[in-house]
Design a protein around this ligand. Structure first.
Ligand code: GRG
Length: 276
């Protein structure tokens, strides 16, 4: 099977799994349930649950205990996008080539669908205790909540949302993305290893690997922001139009591409380190 075919098959498996954790669209709160399902099923690469499952299997994980965490991670990621698109934040009308949740269901329902997804994520992840009651499951829950929180993704979003009076320094930009984008990507790799009972030094290497690809992912996002059209990207707003500091404003496209190549090499070395 080619890489592309394998990726498609694995992505489809994850989508199937996700649907088993999504709510039925019934009851007086039906509208928000529809908005939740619309948001989760509106496409997406499913990178985080994929990474979690890959690290889980790579280190010998065989059961299903990772599955509630995979679904919870994608729910948290989806809530973050739904809220990021809101009028109070980026005010985006399109994502993944489709109307954003608030553009379809209205702003109030967009806020509530995000809130609902965040709660559903933890309810789902806590379901792992029905399969396995171990300190490791509790630790995984702690990592998930921490990395999604004020010292992780939300913290990064706060920095991103604050008005930029002066351009950010490279250190500030990296710290912001490390939290905003990197935290969930790192948590995905770490939780997969943890659920598979991988030893501590392996978890640390997997964390390093994910930190490198997380940063590369963000730099590529900045490159695409200036090299692709809105139609190609399937989303409307552009950081350049918003006058934000990016890897492009700091380094230019060529240097940014070079940074991506270096980070990918470093990530490769880190993952090889897990196999020593
Ligand atoms: C609202 C608390 C809160 C947080 C929002 C991640 C985030 C924080 C906002 C997204 C802004 C953004 C476009 C960041 C660039 C990198 C990124 C995380 C892109 C979206 O992730 P993908 O490419 O999305 O994995 P798909 O569509 O594949 O699910």
């Amino acid at each position: 099977m080619s890489f592309k075919e394998e990726l498609r098959t694995k992505t489809e498996e994850i989508e199937k799994l996700l649907t088993t954790y999504l709510p039925q669209e019934t009851g007086f709160q039906k509208t928000v349930l529809e908005a939740v399902n619309y948001s989760v099923l509106a496409g997406g690469k499913r990178l985080r649950p994929l990474l979690m499952k890959e690290t889980y299997q790579m280190f010998g994980g065989e059961g299903k205990v990772v599955e509630p965490f995979m679904a919870a991670m994608e729910m948290i990621h989806t809530y973050s996008l739904v809220h990021d698109d809101l009028p109070a934040m980026d005010n985006d009308e399109y994502r993944r080539g489709k109307k954003t949740t608030h553009a379809v269901y209205g702003e109030a329902m967009g806020i509530l669908a995000g809130d609902a997804l965040l709660n559903l994520a933890f309810e789902t992840a806590a379901g792992a205790f029905d399969m396995e009651t171990s300190p490791r499951t509790a630790k995984a829950l702690q990592i998930l909540s921490g990395k999604a929180g004020i010292y992780g993704m939300i913290g990064g979003q706060v920095i991103d949302t604050m008005p930029e009076e002066v351009p950010m320094t490279p250190e500030e930009l990296e710290a912001m993305h490390g939290m905003k984008t990197g935290a969930l990507i790192r948590a995905s790799a770490v939780l997969g290893c943890l659920a598979a009972c991988a030893p501590r030094d392996v978890i640390l290497q997997a964390d390093l690997y994910a930190a490198k690809i997380g940063l590369a992912f963000q730099i590529v996002d900045d490159i695409l922001d200036v090299t692709e059209t809105s139609e190609e990207l399937g989303k409307s707003a552009s950081d350049a139009e918003n006058h934000k500091t990016t890897y492009i404003t700091l380094y230019g496209v060529e240097k940014a591409r070079e940074m991506v190549r270096r980070l990918v090499l470093e990530a490769d070395l880190a993952v090889k380190g897990t196999m020593l």
